[in-house]
Design a protein around this ligand. Structure first.
Ligand code: SAH
Length: 400
């Protein structure tokens, strides 16, 4: 097996079980390895540190499969890792009951480059690294065995594959396309999931807990949901709790197909009052200004924008965008209103996000308090050795 020899001192992060080896840490490759092949990562003074997947095209030159240097990385290894990830979810009652569930959360489940989401009887996999690509068959076999699901679809069309020198791949890997559309129920609300053309694998499973929280907060409120996509937050606001649903929900997105899907999702739930929902196709930055000029106010505003900063190099521009929408959001809230605000940018940490939002509140002339900190659901765990896994952060603010 080829050995990837590190520069002196570059073994430290691996010794803390962080799974990435950057190109700048590598002194040389001893032997021959093709993309995705398993190599042994070795410190400059000759200590073996990990078995890892080699990726010659990527700045992340290798991703550790195991810190047990005796481990054999084979079909059986992946079946065990996949089964362990599935068992982790089954062990948490709040997750075991979900129809829409992330089964494998990449690095945080010991499977760098592997995402798997379950929607009822269908599993959607996304492979984003050379190592994951090499072990496709073993991963899919593991998923079928561990879940008993009827079908597996591959959605490996994420842009990050380009960084690994991989082409997009999509299609059925197990079973056949179902006859009708795929739907899931989340907190009593039915949603269609477009696994072929939707974002990510079709749905933002990571916001599940936060959508439930919104339902709990919405009774009787005038809600504004910005970046609504297929209406996940909007429908939960309409559903509400025992005290009732939102009085009105205005939802804004720049994608007409997403809004069409949202309206269709609402129609899947006849018990929700469609007369209280309004869908607006607009740029959120413009729409918030328009609403302000029109003198409108809301009791509860959700800001769940796309990733403005995929990496730290985009942080400055992204900060301005986050500040802009949060400033406008604060201004549009009635006194005592709630702002549920998120960032899913890997390049913006929690501390920076909070600073940006604090600046926005000051500039809006309002005073704001954090009443809850928000994060991804438990099926998106964060391995303590891999803090990058904590991409989603949010704040619930009470604004006076
Ligand atoms: N909150 C959603 C997920 C949001 S995804 C959920 O829980 O399902 C981000 C959405 O923002 C996408 O639907 C995209 O179409 C939309 N979007 C991106 N930039 C936008 C902009 N400038 N104005 C309005 N919508 C935008």
């Amino acid at each position: 097996m080829a050995q990837l020899i590190l520069h002196p001192g570059k073994e430290r992060s691996l010794m803390r079980h962080h799974p990435w080896v950057f190109d700048t840490s590598v002194m040389h490759l001893d032997g021959h390895a093709r993309p995705g092949d398993t190599v042994t990562v070795v410190s400059a003074d000759g200590r073996p540190l990990a078995k890892a997947a080699f990726s010659p095209r990527s700045k992340i030159r290798a991703r550790a499969w195991s810190f047990d240097v005796e481990a054999t990385i084979d079909h059986a290894f992946f079946k065990r890792r996949v089964a362990a990830a599935v068992a982790r979810r089954a062990a948490l009652p709040e997750l075991a009951a979900q129809q829409g569930l992330r089964l494998i959360h990449a690095e945080s489940d010991g499977l760098p480059g592997v995402i798997a989401d379950r929607y009822g009887d269908t599993v959607v996999v996304q492979l984003t690294s050379a190592g994951a690509e090499k072990w496709r068959a073993a991963i899919v076999d593991g998923l079928v065995k561990a879940t008993g699901c009827a079908r597996v679809y591959e959605r490996s069309d994420s842009e990050v594959r380009g960084l690994e020198g991989l082409e997009p791949v999509t299609g059925w890997l197990h079973g056949e396309a179902p006859a009708g559309e795929i739907t899931i129920e989340e907190h009593g609300v039915r949603m269609a999931v477009d696994i072929v053309a939707g974002h990510k694998t079709g749905f933002y499973l990571d916001q599940r807990d936060n959508r439930r929280m919104l339902a709990e907060l919405s009774a009787g409120k005038r809600v504004l949901n910005c970046f609504c996509y297929t209406g996940g937050f909007s429908l939960q606001a309409l559903a509400g709790n025992e005290a009732g649903g939102a009085a009105s929900v205005v939802s804004v997105d720049s994608s007409q197909p997403a809004l069409d899907r949202a309206a269709a999702n609402l129609a899947l739930n006849p018990r929700l009052d469609a007369a209280r929902a309004e869908w607006r196709c607009a740029n959120v930055f413009d729409e918030l200004r328009k609403l302000k000029t029109a003198g409108e106010t809301f009791d509860l505003i959700v800001l769940d924008p796309p990733k403005f900063a995929p990496s730290a190099s985009h942080a400055e521009r992204a900060s301005r965008a986050y500040k802009d929408i949060n400033l406008l959001g604060c201004k549009l809230l009635a006194p005592g209103g709630l702002l549920m605000t998120y960032s899913c940018s890997g390049g913006i940490g929690l501390e920076l996000f909070q600073k940006i939002v604090a600046g926005a509140a000051i500039d809006s002339g309002r005073s704001a308090r954090i009443v809850r900190r928000l994060q991804g659901a438990a099926d998106h765990p964060v391995d303590l050795a891999f803090p990058e896994g904590e991409y989603l952060k949010g704040l619930l603010l009470q604004v006076e």
